[in-house]
Ligand binder design. Structure first.
Ligand code: APR
Length: 321
């Protein structure tokens, strides 16, 4: 099997960690692109110089030219600016949409057959814009959000129950914002419902609900919790790891069932929007959207989240994108 070519557009915090993770796992040759002169070359060199100790043979290069990303199999986009003090949501949307426009035009030109994973925020809007500008088929344009949100949900559940996080299955649906929907009914520990274990632990359904609701709130605000502690930026280790899980599923054609920001065409009663839902992820990208049954309460929360995505996309259109 020829080695894959994976290009990372944006060589900031997430781009740097992604480069190292991809190299260490030998998932493919990595090209790290950024508009900042010399910086991606410096990061790539630094990471490549660990190849002996880390034991990888894949090539790691940094560049300021899209030509070097030509014919990539996978493109991961983390380009964008974080929100700065005094910046409104519209300001951020305009700034990052302007960046995404340039990125999408260049990726379309240089890697017309790539599978594209977008990480830049505001995620649901950025994925939509990329798809519209590139015209790529929806199965190969997706966003990373649910893998991370679900990992955060699972981590908090594991801490609460005092069990291995490896045995936790937890799913978060919806947009990548405050309206996301962590599904308590589907959360389980190797098949045992988490709610059942919480009820046993606390002796009442009310207390179990209270504990679970606190976990859900923490999950929804988890990105902000990290921002508040870091002070200089947003989470980057966990977003990079989550993106690598998606890359692995694609490269090894794993058919993993992962929550992905995917283009809905009638599924869940939504048409023409990107929303976080479970999908089968394989060599063709999003191979199938999996529709799970939602009860009335879950449906209402999901619809609320879909409306938030619709408003975000409407805002972006109002700003001229
Ligand atoms: N083309 C390519 N790269 C760009 C462009 C552009 N037009 N404009 C900015 N960049 C680069 C910056 O130079 C910077 O190196 O994007 C990089 C972003 O890196 P960071 O600011 O370190 O942000 P990071 O923590 O990596 O997060 C990236 O992912 O999770 C989201 O909210 C987060 O939108 C942010 C993105």
């Amino acid at each position: 099997m020829p080695r894959k070519k994976i290009s990372l557009i944006g060589g900031g915090q997430i781009g740097g960690v992604l480069t190292q993770l991809i190299a260490k796992r030998q998932l493919g040759d990595v090209v790290l692109f950024d508009i900042v002169e010399d910086m991606p070359q410096g990061k790539a060199l630094d990471i490549a110089e660990a190849s002996r100790v880390d034991g990888f043979d894949v090539k790691v290069t940094g560049t300021n030219s899209y030509e070097d990303t030509k014919d990539s199999d996978i493109v991961i986009i983390t380009a964008g600016l974080p929100r700065k003090p005094g910046m409104s949501r519209d300001d951020l949307l305009t700034t990052n949409a302007e960046i995404m426009k340039v990125v999408a035009e260049n990726v379309k030109r240089t890697s017309p057959n790539a599978i594209v994973i977008i990480v830049s925020n505001p995620l649901d809007a950025m994925v939509t814009l990329f798809k519209e500008i590139s015209g790529f088929e929806p199965n190969r344009v997706m966003g990373q959000s649910g893998v991370l949100d679900s990992s955060r949900f699972a981590t908090f559940i594991a801490w609460e129950l005092g069990v291995s996080v490896k045995d936790i299955n937890a799913l978060v649906l919806g947009g990548h914002g405050d309206t996301m929907v962590p599904l308590k009914r589907y959360a389980n520990v190797n098949g045992i419902p988490v709610m059942e274990l919480l009820e046993k632990k606390y002796g009442s359904k009310e207390k179990a609900d209270e504990v679970m609701n606190a976990i859900i709130e923490r999950t929804k605000m988890a990105g902000g919790e990290v921002v508040k502690l870091l002070k200089t930026g947003s989470a980057f280790y966990s977003p990079a790891s989550s993106t690598v899980a998606m890359v692995e599923a694609i490269i090894y054609d794993e058919k993993r069932v992962l929550p992905v920001c995917a283009f809905l065409q009638g599924e869940y009663g939504v048409n023409g929007y990107y929303v976080g839902v479970p999908v089968i992820l394989g060599e063709k990208g999003v191979e199938k959207v999996i529709e799970i049954d939602l009860n009335e309460e879950e449906k209402a929360l999901f619809e609320n989240s879909v409306n938030a995505v619709k408003n975000l996309v409407a805002d972006m259109k109002r700003l001229g994108y």
